[in-house]
Design a protein around this ligand. Structure first.
Ligand code: NAD
Length: 276
């Protein structure tokens, strides 16, 4: 129950899904949390983003573990909003030791059909948003001199090509480049930087109509059930997707001192998707 005792974690995309699971899992093991989310929609994304009540749910779940949480609305495209969330987190907790750059969106289209706005929103949120996140937090981490751990949420699409998501795949590969550079830059400060690469995860990002239709274009009105075989086919292990807590367990390990000499690593949580 104390694998990250005394640490403070800054988590983006924290209102639901994997971000919420990271907050709760880290809190269960002793961390206080600074949680941010956009709490509003993105025009080029066909499913809704989280809302204030989702972020409140995350806060309740963290507080139920006995840990503290600061929640803020922030769009990772807006560096200033992240910097003020960091300032509020530091005012409450004095230091930040763990960063989970997790906020992200999904949309679909062949490379030649994607609109410029869809491409741009994807790169702005899934790549530049992660850079903004580390840029907002790192000055305080370096100054505090306590070391730390940064985990960027990439994807199996960060390590292999996948049809219909060129913009997503480019952004998630970009995170690996960012991680590899940053790992070198901050190592002298005993700050580690790694990426996690989940296969499909059971969250609102994939459990929505636009994904059902992508996986089952042959059906007029496909459901989650109709997608199971196609998604299972992506993984070596016989499961269609993993749960947010499976990824949270990997993030917890990377956040904790158990991984104190692991930096620059690309850690799959992928049910064997990448080995297939
Ligand atoms: N679900 C999957 O199958 C899957 C697989 C691999 C990687 N990922 C990645 O995992 C991360 C988390 O996604 P999830 O599966 O929990 O989906 P999700 O949609 O449930 O959660 C994403 C969260 O990010 C927030 N968000 C979106 N844009 C934002 C912005 N501009 N600023 C701040 N917050 C923003 C949303 O409101 C939401 O709460 C994403 O980076 C995603 O690309 C997801």
């Amino acid at each position: 129950m104390s694998r990250v005792e005394g640490k403070v974690a800054f988590v983006t995309g924290a209102a639901r899904g994997q971000g919420r699971a990271f907050c709760v899992r880290l809190a269960e093991e002793g961390a206080d949390i600074v949680a941010v989310d956009i709490l509003g929609d993105v025009d080029t994304v066909l499913y809704p983003m989280a809302r204030q009540q989702d972020l409140d749910e995350t806060a309740k779940a963290v507080e139920a573990t006995g840990r503290r949480i600061v929640t803020r609305q922030a769009d990772v495209r807006d560096l200033g909003s992240l910097q003020s969330a960091v300032a509020d987190g530091l005012a409450a907790f004095d230091h930040i030791d763990v960063v989970c750059a997790n906020a992200g969106v999904a949309s679909f289209g062949t490379t030649w059909e994607l609109t410029e706005q869809s491409w741009q929103d994807m790169l702005d949120i899934n790549l530049t948003g992660a850079w903004h996140t580390v840029k907002a937090v790192l000055p305080s981490m370096v100054e505090a001199g306590r070391g730390g751990s940064i985990v960027l949420t990439s994807s199996t699409a960060g390590l292999k090509g996948m049809a219909n998501i060129a913009h997503y795949t480019a952004a998630k590969h970009g995170l690996v480049g960012l991680m590899r550079t940053l790992a070198n830059e901050v190592a002298p400060h005993r700050i580690r930087v790694n990426t996690v690469h989940p296969t499909n995860v059971a969250t609102d990002m994939i459990l929505n109509d636009s994904t059902f239709r992508l996986f089952r274009p042959d059906l007029a009105d496909p459901s989650q059930e109709d997608m199971i075989d196609a998604m299972t086919g992506l993984n070596a292990l016989p499961v269609p997707w993993v749960e947010p807590r499976d990824v949270a367990n990997a993030v917890l390990f990377l956040a904790s001192d158990e991984s104190r000499y692991i930096t620059g690593a690309t850690l799959p949580v992928d049910a064997g998707c990448l080995v297939k």
